[in-house]
Ligand binder design. Structure first.
Ligand SMILES: *Cc1c(COP(=O)(O)O)cnc(C)c1O
Length: 434
């Protein structure tokens, strides 16, 4: 029978990869006196050790300067959102005028849909994937109702074929083509939260544009996890959260991408753009003249409404800087190796324990990020509970999936082998008890 890789073999792989050092930059949750095996960076990323100090800077400026922190702080609060542009462009392939960090994810999805879902005449339909993340579905349905539509008629949900778990790109493209001039907007999760499937955003965008529809993506599970080139793919809009792969802390600030084609109208005054507006979207040169007329920033910043939540954003900066330092290209290369390693270990454990461990996530590395979604047939929740008790932090998604994400910034090859050992022991024990 084939054996699992040894811990020594895994440690050698870690030792050989300079990126392994980034683990030291994060706090790892502890289990019985040692690092837990934390495979849940797809749900809540770990805390960068530098986060506290970054928060202290802002707390101290607030204490010492009060309101003057807006202009005289070490990082003046009035332009705080500018600090994220470089990191967000690196992660998304946007131009600097196309991104801004603000609000929460579902809030931003609504703000973007206000601008990009504009049903008119026959063109009223919104297309998304079936079993989208519930919050996204609520947002889409409520937007349809806001425009006087009926989600039962106007929401097109693309499901995998009978007996399959993954969407075929061809099926998505065909559905878009079939919806044709009834289609107003396509909005899909770039990486599906349940299966970990990465969609072909470039092809989907091209198909949507061909029938005259706008196209956007929820990148909650994609940003910091897969290669993104939003500007070149001609995506119209996108949004994401920063507390999953981006490690910016619970509920941390979201971000949006708005293609530069859409940030200004022909008049150059932006008055014809349909969007919800607030003072922080006003041209910054004259914002504090407090004019009753809105003069938008000529960038995605025009969609900003409120002044920035500094405490929440201080951590975001630290977290984005770690990505800039490591570099997305190197991280993706490590990610592919780490996830393939986990995939191999899961297959080996299945073989060694004669268990049916089905991986729903695509096998093709270009169609996934780091997450693997595994169904342990015949076990379900009992196995998940066992893993949890042994210090493995993975998550359970109804009806039967265990999601595990070896995150290239802080997970190691050693984590993967330790996980394999716990999984194998668990399958033996749970089976013995059953
Ligand atoms: C995590 C996630 C959310 C969460 O929304 P919030 O507004 O940040 O609470 C929404 N949509 C998707 C696809 C997600 O993965």
């Amino acid at each position: 029978m084939r054996k699992l890789p040894t811990l020594d073999a895994a440690r050698e792989l870690d030792f050989a990869d300079p990126l392994s050092e980034f683990r030291e930059r994060f706090h790892l949750p502890q289990h019985e006196g040692r690092d837990a095996i934390y495979f849940t960076g797809n749900s809540l990323g770990l805390q960068p050790k530098a986060a506290k100090e970054a928060l202290d800077i802002e707390m101290n400026d607030w204490a010492k300067l009060g309101v003057d922190g807006h202009f005289q702080g070490q990082n003046p609060w009035v332009s705080y959102h500018d600090r994220f542009v470089k990191g967000l462009c690196h992660l998304t392939g946007a131009k600097p005028t196309e991104v801004v960090a603000m609000n929460g994810l579902t809030v931003n999805l609504h703000l973007l849909l206000i601008s990009f879902y504009q049903p008119r005449g026959q063109r009223r339909k919104l297309l998304c994937e079936a079993k989208a993340f519930p919050s996204d579905r609520y947002a889409l349905c409520s937007q349809i109702r806001l425009h006087g539509g009926n989600p039962d008629e106007d929401l097109i949900e693309i499901a995998p074929r009978e007996g399959e778990h993954l969407l075929r790109t061809d099926d998505v493209l065909r559905a878009i083509e079939e919806a044709g001039d009834e289609l107003a907007t396509v909005m899909i999760g770039g990486v599906n939260y349940y299966t970990g499937q990465l969609h072909d955003m470039q092809a989907i965008t091209a198909a949507a544009h061909k029938v005259g529809s706008t196209c956007g993506f929820d990148l909650a599970h994609a940003i910091g996890n897969v290669h993104l080139d939003l500007h070149n793919w001609e995506v119209d809009f996108a949004c994401w959260c920063s507390y999953k792969y981006l490690n910016s802390g619970p509920g941390a600030v979201s971000g949006v991408f708005i293609n530069e084609r859409h940030v200004m109208d022909e008049s150059g005054r932006g008055n014809s753009i349909r969007r919800l507006e607030g003072w922080w979207g006003h041209d910054e040169e004259s914002r504090f003249k407090m004019s009753p007329e809105f003069h938008p920033m000529p960038s995605a910043e025009a969609w900003q409404m409120s002044n920035a939540p500094i405490m929440n954003m201080a951590v975001h900066k630290v977290a984005l800087d770690l990505f800039l330092e490591a570099g997305m290209t190197s991280l993706l290369e490590r990610s592919r190796r780490l996830t393939a390693y986990l995939e191999t270990v899961v297959h080996l454990v299945a073989e060694r324990t004669a268990t049916n461990l089905e991986i729903l996530t695509p096998v093709d590395p270009t169609s996934r990020g780091c997450q693997l979604s595994v169904v342990a047939h015949g076990y379900g929740r009992t196995l998940f509970d066992h893993l949890t008790a042994q210090g493995v932090v993975v998550d359970w998604r109804e009806p039967a999936v265990i999601r595990m994400a070896p995150v290239p910034l802080y997970n190691t090859f050693e984590d993967v082998v330790r996980f394999g050992q716990v999984l194998e022991a668990g399958l033996g024990e749970v089976a013995a008890k059953a």
